[in-house]
Ligand binder design. Structure first.
Ligand SMILES: Cc1cc2nc3c(=O)[nH]c(=O)nc-3n(C[C@H](O)[C@H](O)[C@H](O)COP(=O)(O)OP(=O)(O)OC[C@H]3O[C@@H](n4cnc5c(N)ncnc54)[C@H](O)[C@@H]3O)c2cc1C
Length: 507
């Protein structure tokens, strides 16, 4: 524990991290007149939030009403209660009660405008509404941001991973639009500072409260004081292989979708050093990942052809499951890593699915070995090291389902989510040559972390709050437990609980 000391800089509020939750908290603090600083470890703002679709699951708001979506707080409650257990009750009710007001407050700012974008919720449960209930930020003209703010925002996922330039005159969309809009609004308050390339790894505290952070900026140790509080909204620990091992998180750090160089989990460790409790530390927001030529996986969903088999050549799940649910199916047995998506020539070799970043040209995959091709299924099985008899039998059975339009094994045709990406969802695999691409477990981030209360205050093991310390987003344990109820839950909950932290600090 570090005691009161001389600060290099001092603010009312320190926000560590710069994703959707962090910038919502920072913006609302600055809008309330509190001098605020956003502390970001990398050179760019936005983290995984900037890679995201920008979907926000904040039910019962004016956005859904404007677009005539049959959403309400009551139907969202019915839906979440059908999924989550009683331990989620207090957070769930706070989330539902505060979501409409948060969206109304944000939309009072001309920089923050949202629109409904249909994408189904992830479970067939009471309270699910057709087309889902999440919404996205409107696209943002970079001219509105200006060059200085634009330069702070992480490039799009496909460019960022490949290290290529991108068209900086193109409108910012999805997660980048969210980060851009929040940054613009934050900047316009006149109370918001940003410091990049600054890694926070320690909390400063008196015996009574957290008073600031210690960080390293360009090799120099700095101490930043916080008169009101510190909000840790710095992602999970998905890129920290050691912590993944300690907590038994399935998958691997180099298979995570989080941007390189982000999210190593020091903020969680710093809070634990002050006595903070943690929960759900083995959990993540999962997805299947298809191997790319750069060696890392791409987030894959929305299969419109092919089938997925395990190392034995057997199918094990509905390929059209929402991605977190498919990721959990991969984890269920060791012989599902890697799995193989097997498809035929009707797509010209292109993967019959949606990926982030884009999967690209089949020839690049064939050259790098991330895609294999054969004239017969037996030959394909030989290359993959899969039992040829089992694979041909699996494909024959799948083809009979496809011919009849009914998946007798896993009901792939049954759910709205599967049809979202194209129809029919079942296509036979019988036109040579045949292809197979490797599927591994990937994640959008870990979802276990600091235990917080309904005001996002970080709690000790005995349930008492650590004064001056708050957490939101993947730095905190999600109240959704092992469920990913719908698109926009990570961002929606991060934003909501960051706003609760700011409200507590402003009180
Ligand atoms: C392709 C894709 C699409 C997705 N689409 C959606 C969607 O539409 N809706 C949705 O809700 N979710 C979506 N997700 C998931 C979602 O993006 C993440 O779960 C969420 O953004 C995590 O937010 P966060 O604030 O916790 O972390 P991040 O957004 O990752 O932000 C954390 C930031 O903190 C910084 N940081 C970390 N450690 C430190 C430190 N010690 N000091 C200073 N800074 C630090 C990091 O560098 C990073 O910039 C998607 C994910 C992917 C990959």
């Amino acid at each position: 524990m570090t005691h009161e000391q001389e600060w290099d800089e001092e603010y009312d509020v320190i926000v560590v991290g710069s994703g959707g939750g962090a910038l919502t908290g920072a913006y609302l603090a600055a809008r309330a007149g509190l001098d605020t600083v956003v502390v970001e470890r990398t050179g760019r703002l936005g983290g995984t939030s900037s890679y995201s679709g920008g979907a926000m699951w904040l039910p019962g708001s004016p956005v859904q009403r404007r677009d005539g979506v049959p959403d309400s707080t009551e139907s969202a409650r019915t839906y979440l209660r059908a999924l989550l257990d009683d331990s989620a009750e207090a957070k769930l009710e706070t989330f539902l009660a505060q979501a409409p007001a948060l969206v109304e407050r944000l939309e009072q700012d001309p920089a923050l405008t949202f629109t409904f974008q249909a994408f189904p919720d992830y479970y067939e449960r009471p309270g699910r509404v057709p087309g889902g209930r999440s919404f996205v930020p409107r696209a943002l003209d970079p001219a509105e941001l200006g060059d200085d703010l634009l330069a702070l925002i992480r490039p799009p996922l496909d460019r960022d991973r490949a290290g290529q330039d991108h068209d900086t005159s193109a409108p910012l969309t999805a997660g980048r639009a969210l980060i851009g809009r929040l940054l613009l609004a934050y900047h316009r308050t006149g109370h918001g500072a940003v410091t990049t390339d600054t890694v926070m790894d320690e909390l400063a505290a008196t015996p009574r409260r957290v008073t600031g952070i210690l960080a390293t900026r360009q090799g120099r140790r700095i101490r930043i004081g916080a008169r009101r509080g510190v909000l840790l909204a710095a992602g999970g620990f998905e890129h920290n292989e050691r912590l993944r091992g300690v907590h038994g998180v399935p998958g691997r750090s180099d298979c995570s979708m989080a941007p390189a160089g982000t999210n190593l989990g020091e903020p969680v460790e710093a809070a634990v050093a002050l006595g903070a409790a943690t929960d759900l530390m083995h959990e993540g927001w999962w997805c299947p990942g298809v191997r790319m030529p750069d060696g890392r996986p791409a987030f894959v969903c929305g299969f419109t052809g092919g089938l997925v088999v395990d190392a034995n050549g057997s199918r094990y799940a509905n390929e059209s499951l929402p991605y977190d649910r498919f990721g959990r199916e991969i984890q269920a047995e060791p012989d599902r890593t890697p799995s193989f998506v097997v498809y035929d020539s009707r797509t010209g070799g292109r993967l019959p699915a949606v990926t982030q970043p884009p999967w690209g040209d089949p020839s690049a995959h064939l050259d790098s070995g991330t895609l294999v091709k054969a004239d017969t299924l037996e030959e394909l099985a030989g290359i993959l090291g899969v039992d040829a008899g089992r694979l041909t039998a699996t494909v024959a059975r799948f083809n009979s389902f496809a011919d009849n339009g009914k998946d007798e094994e896993f009901a792939r045709e049954a759910d709205e989510f599967g049809h979202w990406f194209g129809d029919p969802v079942l296509r036979p695999v019988r036109e040579a040559p045949y292809y197979a691409a490797r599927i591994v477990l990937s994640d959008l981030g870990t979802k276990g972390g600091l235990v917080t209360d309904t005001s996002a205050r970080v709690l000790r093991e005995d349930g008492t709050p650590i004064a001056g310390l708050y957490a939101a987003g993947n730095t905190s344990a999600s109240f959704t437990g092992p469920f990913y109820p719908g698109p926009g839950i990570p961002l929606g909950t991060a934003m909501l609980f960051a706003s609760r932290a700011t409200a507590d600090m402003s009180a």
